[in-house]
Design a protein around this ligand. Structure first.
Ligand code: ATP
Ligand code: MG
Length: 283
């Protein structure tokens, strides 16, 4: 059985659990439990504080884990990374009171900076040739300037609204982060095989998230032009409609190119376009 550590309750929890569920792995999730076993896959889930996950995976208490890269790198455990997972995207940024005049990072020389990420901040300041006092606190970093604890902060930002509501402005981006799957580097062969099976499923889920299934009707004379505009896994499916001279075309498109392609195929004569999410994709 493979042991997976995920965050018990926080910003990574829901997406981590969803990913496992989308991989078809069932388990009973009780907020009171610290450990659950899957009923249909050799996986045990441990629910932990996110800060503890890199250490537990490095020590082999858990075999694999899901954690933010910010925590992973802060703990010096980036070598455990298997792959990025594409959710919980955020950044670690420096922010100062919005009334402070700020021209460049050099303005932070000699200042007091509060953060929960002293190692990441220290490395960044060194790289930038700035000397500042780092004040490590474990939470509520945004209020540090207003209570006189520090002159600047370095904290996790996603939309920036927390900074604004605390009278701060973002001035430098220190580190970009997303959730990552990590693994102990000394897994047994059996556990490695289970991890490979899990990765196979994760890839199928991730691939599907980026794609949409598209169906459309078109007059036969437009089919060549439409086919040229639509990528597909191998080649599109084309079926005749009951009405003479018309066909139905099925294919798969990238979420990112989606709107651009739709406009072009419409202009080429496509009608009744349906776009459907794909749950899993194995190629
Ligand atoms: P724990 O109680 O487990 O120690 P925590 O309070 O340290 O939790 P959370 O705030 O739940 O941590 O954040 C967990 C991770 O989610 C962060 O380390 C970061 O990678 C990511 N994260 C944090 N804030 C955001 C955000 N606003 N948007 C997206 N991802 C975020
Ligand atoms: Mg934490």
């Amino acid at each position: 059985m493979l042991r997976l550590a995920i965050q018990k309750s926080g910003r990574l929890s829901e997406d981590s659990l969803n990913l496992i569920r989308e991989c078809g792995i069932s388990f009973v999730n009780s907020s009171l439990k610290l450990k659950t076993e899957s009923t249909n896959f050799p996986l045990e889930i441990l629910y932990l504080r996110d800060d503890d996950i890199p250490g537990y995976v490095a020590d082999g208490v858990a075999d694999i884990g899901i954690v933010g890269e910010n925590v992973l790198v802060e703990e010096g455990k980036q070598s455990l990374t298997v792959e990025k997972l594409g959710f919980s995207k955020c950044r670690l940024s420096l922010a100062v009171p919005k009334t402070m005049e700020y021209n460049s990072i050099q303005d932070l020389n000699g200042k007091n900076i509060a953060t929960s990420y002293p190692n990441l901040l220290k490395a960044y300041l060194q790289e930038q040739g700035v000397e500042a006092d780092i004040h490590t606190i474990s939470g509520s970093v945004e209020i540090a300037p207003s209570i006189g604890l520090a002159e600047a902060i370095c904290d996790i930002v996603s939309s920036g609204s927390t900074l604004i509501s605390n009278g701060l402005k973002e001035v430098e981006r220190v580190f970009k982060s997303e959730a990552a799957l990590i693994a102990n580097d000394d897994l047994s062969e059996e556990k490695r095989e289970i991890l490979d099976k899990l990765l196979f499923r994760i890839h199928a889920v991730q691939r599907a998230r980026k794609k949409k299934y598209i169906l459309l009707n078109a007059p036969n004379e437009s089919l060549d032009e439409i086919r040229a505009l639509l990528p597909s896994i191998k080649s599109p499916t084309i079926l005749p409609l009951a009405e003479d001279g018309w066909s139905s075309l099925h294919s798969v498109v990238n979420e990112d190119d989606f709107w651009e392609i739709i406009e072009k195929i419409k202009a080429a004569g496509a009608q009744g376009i349906l776009v459907i999410p794909i749950e899993k994709m194995i190629i």
